[in-house]
Design a protein around this ligand. Structure first.
Ligand code: AP5
Ligand code: MG
Ligand code: ZN
Length: 217
């Protein structure tokens, strides 16, 4: 299955992708995670991405499309993948079509996790991420058993540099302007399904899985 997991910043794409990876044994490809790893490692890519990410803008298309092309060409993507946070504008969606054509693949489904803007700032500002294994928590909605400590690996949690109210407002306006038009784009192609992301995490997972079981049959 070649899946796109869409939704505004903080909608729960990463949280759900991890669960779908376990269930369907296909890799999660998160451009945001790839950029954060590059920033941490101090690579050329990281240098290009850092300022855009900190201000909530999109990293330039040519950079982003390049890393996705490279990633999708790797062997572990042959049996399917879950794209999380790409594409984020119509140019990226067109580039993805081209990449998939080159690889002789087609999208199976586009899943959009819908959460109203009013809830998203609280989700982002309360998010905490494990430094070591990347597990995602929320101080209120998905708290770790011990404050600030990862349930999986015992490492400390941190807050992403872009998870503050000011940057989040920019991320939301970039979403409205550049990413929301993709809903229309994928509805026209006929691959689009929307899931109510205001439900509890497990309920969202269940609905996503149900949609995917129905396309698999
Ligand atoms: P990216 O890392 O993709 O950030 P994003 O799209 O803003 O999405 P988030 O990761 O913030 O949210 P999420 O939907 O994964 O939510 P999560 O599951 O963590 O991108 C970061 C930056 O990189 C961009 O701003 C840009 O600069 C750059 N970038 C990335 N991709 C790019 C591209 N294609 N082109 C150009 N630039 C790009 O959940 C959020 C919180 O809510 C957590 O605390 C979680 O525990 C909680 N939560 C989750 N589900 C629920 C629920 N059902 N109920 C209550 N709480 C919940
Ligand atoms: Mg994410
Ligand atoms: Zn951890």
């Amino acid at each position: 299955m070649q899946l796109l997991l869409m939704g505004p910043p903080g909608a729960g794409k990463g949280t759900q992708a991890v669960k779908l990876v376990e269930k369907f044994k296909i890799p999660q490809i998160s451009t945001g995670d790839m950029f954060r790893a590059a920033v941490k490692a101090g690579t050329e890519l990281g240098k290009k991405a850092k300022a855009c990410m900190e201000s909530g803008k999109l990293v330039p298309d040519e950079v982003t499309i390049g890393i996705v092309r490279e990633r999708l060409s790797q062997d572990d993507c042959k049996g399917g993948f879950i794209l999380d946070g790409f594409p984020r504008n119509v140019e990226q969606a067109k580039a993805l079509e081209k990449i998939l054509d080159e690889l002789n693949l087609k999208l199976t489904k586009v899943l959009n996790i819908h959460v109203p803007a009013a809830d998203l700032i609280e989700r982002a500002v309360g998010r905490r991420v494990c430094k070591n294994c990347g597990a995602t928590y929320h101080v209120k909605f998905n708290a770790p058993k011990v404050e600030n400590v990862c349930d999986n690996c015992g490492e400390n949690l941190y807050q992403r540099a872009d998870d503050n109210e000011e940057t989040m407002k920019n991320r939301l306006s970039v979403y409205e302007e550049s990413t929301r038009p993709l809903i229309d784009y994928y509805e026209k192609i006929g691959l689009y399904t929307e899931i109510d992301g205001r439900q509890p995490i497990d309920k969202v997972t269940e609905e996503l899985e149900n949609v995917l079981y129905s396309v698999k049959e």
